[in-house]
Design a protein around this ligand. Structure first.
Ligand code: HEC
Length: 154
């Protein structure tokens, strides 16, 4: 089962560039998959994603790379190089149906979204970058566009 998981992830990572595809080796902020209501779970996908079944909730897992983790520990804004990844899963033990990334760039890039580049990779279909991602994350009230927080014990 474990092997199969990685094999599938390998297929998916064809579309995801290598440094991002390693997100499972980063620090997992969620510890265990977290259930989110379906409507909330559609937020970080392509706006055109058809709603198949509004009663079908999703699970998420959130990962931070080392740079992002250290910023969270220091409770500071995220420096360039920070990456936060979110897996969307149909089942807690299933394969991701989509991967969302936030990538922090240096001064002068992605100015409209505070230096953050937002990318969504569906398990099939073309990757997506959308300005609406940043607008919602800015308004969301988290620290420096990021909703996720360090859980106790990190
Ligand atoms: C309408 C609001 C909204 C939009 C639009 C949105 N998000 Fe999010 N996003 C959220 C919320 C709320 C969370 C935290 C809860 C959760 O993860 O489900 C979140 C979490 C995330 C996370 C995990 C890090 C964090 O901030 O907790 C990533 C990565 C992410 N979103 C990427 C994206 C991408 C990429 C897009 C655009 C394709 C996008 N989001 C669009 C509301 C939004």
């Amino acid at each position: 089962m474990h092997l199969m998981k990685w094999a599938l992830l390998g297929l998916m990572s064809l579309a995801v560039p290598t440094p991002l595809a390693r997100y499972r080796s980063w620090h997992e902020l969620t510890k265990v998959p977290r259930l989110v209501p379906y409507v909330a779970s559609t937020a970080c996908m392509a706006p055109s994603t058809p709603i198949t079944n509004p009663h079908e909730d999703r699970w998420i897992r959130v990962y931070a790379n080392q740079v992002a983790l250290e910023a969270m520990q220091a409770q500071s804004d995220f420096p360039p190089g920070s990456v936060v990844a979110k897996e969307k899963l149909l089942r807690a033990d299933g394969e991701p149906e989509g991967l969302a990334f936030m990538i922090k760039h240096g001064k002068g890039s992605f100015i409209k979204s505070g230096g953050w580049e937002f990318r969504f990779y569906p398990s099939d279909g073309a990757p997506l970058a959308d300005e609406r991602c940043g607008a919602c994350h800015r308004a969301g009230g988290g620290r420096d566009y990021v909703f996720a927080k360090l859980e106790a014990g990190h």
